[in-house]
Structure formats: structure tokens, C-alpha cells
Design a protein around this ligand. Structure first.
Ligand code: ZN
Ligand code: ZN
Ligand code: ZN
Ligand code: ZN
Ligand code: ZN
Ligand code: ZN
Length: 229
């Protein structure tokens, strides 16, 4: 009989079979991405002992079933593995405005909020080579007008930004955390940012208290090169 000493085998609400914790090797020939975050395997993964191709990153496996996020403090967010509305195949992430592509989300049912796993654990502040000050995660989206990202020079709307309030410096989440391919453009390709009309309709109360620390694992950084597109 096979010994399961020294092995970690656990079940996860998202999958009917037990999952075994292993170190990812290319020889495993996994062809599907992580069911939770839809990113390629790396590091420690929980692999289904029955389905050849089903795995979760250890960090995705360990994500809490519920979390309170400073973007939405009135309700806790629940981790779901399928869109809550059966008629919708994809959720749209309220943080980055990209589609979920079948991965898990942190969901608030009454408010119809969905966050990608990795967006839900974005650090509340980051530093980036392109700006001397810390950039703070800002949840107030630009509902109609677009903002102009000072890192990739493209615009964005209906999504969170990393912002230096005193300089009016805005950046996409992916740009500020270094995941965008356009981050390190040669200087010859950079151009002046578009005029920032959005700034006039966007104010933060300077007397507002500091955001509370995220209650869950804010130290998780996304891996260096997720195929978000
Ligand atoms: Zn994952
Ligand atoms: Zn399975
Ligand atoms: Zn997202
Ligand atoms: Zn809510
Ligand atoms: Zn950008
Ligand atoms: Zn600044």
C-alpha cells in the first residue's frame, strides 16, 4: 500500500478530487493554467491526483474563503470558483476591468463585485522606478472619463489605479507592479502623457484616515509574467 507520509494531500472546495502538494517540474507536462488565477504553473502547486491537468498554485489554494477588502468594507468578499450568475461565463474584475477568463473571483453578491484573486491581494502601496514617491492603490475609479497611465502612456477607465496624489501620477495596476511589457520602453518611444482632464473631477479628502491594512496576505505579489491577455 502506498505510503502518504511526508505528503500533503488536501481537498479544495473547487474540485471533487484530492489535490497533492508537489514542486512544479516541466516534465509534468501541464497544459492548462491554474484553475484559480489562470496563470502558468510555478513553484509549489497542488495537483489533482486523478486529473492529469488540474492544479492550483499553493498560494491560490491557500487563499481564504472570505476576505474583507478595503475597497469594499461593508461586506466581506467570498471566494467563488465559478461566476455567480450561471448565464455569465466570465466576470469582469472591478480592479483591473479585465475579464475573469474562468478563474476564481472574490465576489460580493448584493453589490455584484468581482475581483481576480491576484487583484484582490495587490499591495496597498508600491514603488516603481519611474516615480520617486510611493504609489498608493486607489479604489475610486474614473467612472466615465479615462485616466492616463504615466508608465505605459495608455489610458484606462473603470479600474483601480496606483496613484501619487501630490504629483497627479497615475499607473495601471499591471504597470505599477511591473507586469506590463511596456514598462521599460526605450526613451525614444516615450511620449508626453495626454492632458489629464480626469484630475479635475477626482479628489480625495486629504483629511481622510489612512486605509486600514488589508486583512489577508497582502504580501503576495503576482508572478513576474502572467499572460493576462
Ligand atoms: Zn494560481
Ligand atoms: Zn481531478
Ligand atoms: Zn483584476
Ligand atoms: Zn457588497
Ligand atoms: Zn499603464
Ligand atoms: Zn509623486
Amino acid at each position: 500500500m502506498e505510503q502518504y507520509n511526508q505528503e500533503t494531500i488536501k481537498s479544495h472546495f473547487s474540485h471533487p478530487h484530492p489535490l497533492k502538494l508537489i514542486v512544479y517540474k516541466q516534465t509534468l507536462n501541464l497544459t492548462s493554467p491554474c484553475s484559480a488565477c489562470k496563470i502558468e504553473p510555478s513553484g509549489m502547486i497542488y495537483c489533482c491526483i486523478m486529473c492529469e491537468d488540474h492544479f492550483l498554485h499553493q498560494r491560490c489554494f491557500d487563499m481564504p474563503k472570505k476576505m474583507t477588502h478595503p475597497c469594499h468594507e461593508k461586506h466581506s468578499l467570498t471566494l467563488i470558483s465559478k461566476p455567480s450568475n450561471r448565464n455569465e461565463h466570465f466576470f469582469v474584475c472591478d480592479a483591473c476591468s479585465e475579464r475573469g477568463k474562468g478563474g476564481f473571483s472574490y465576489h460580493c453578491k448584493p453589490c455584484r463585485i468581482d475581483l481576480h484573486l491576484l487583484c484582490a491581494v495587490m499591495p496597498l502601496s508600491v514603488t516603481h522606478d519611474s516615480h520617486v514617491h510611493k504609489l498608493h492603490l486607489t479604489f475610486e475609479s474614473y467612472p466615465e472619463k479615462k485616466f492616463s497611465c504615466n508608465i505605459c502612456m495608455n489610458t484606462g477607465s473603470r479600474q483601480w489605479v496606483y496613484r501619487c496624489k501630490s504629483c497627479g501620477f497615475d499607473a495601471h495596476l499591471k504597470c505599477a507592479t511591473g507586469d506590463a511589457p511596456s514598462v521599460h520602453r526605450p526613451p525614444s518611444q516615450t511620449k508626453e502623457p495626454a492632458p489629464r482632464q480626469a484630475a479635475t473631477c477626482y479628489t480625495l479628502d486629504p483629511s481622510a484616515p489612512q486605509l486600514p491594512p488589508m486583512q489577508q496576505r497582502q504580501n503576495i505579489m503576482p508572478p513576474p509574467d502572467p499572460p493576462f491577455e
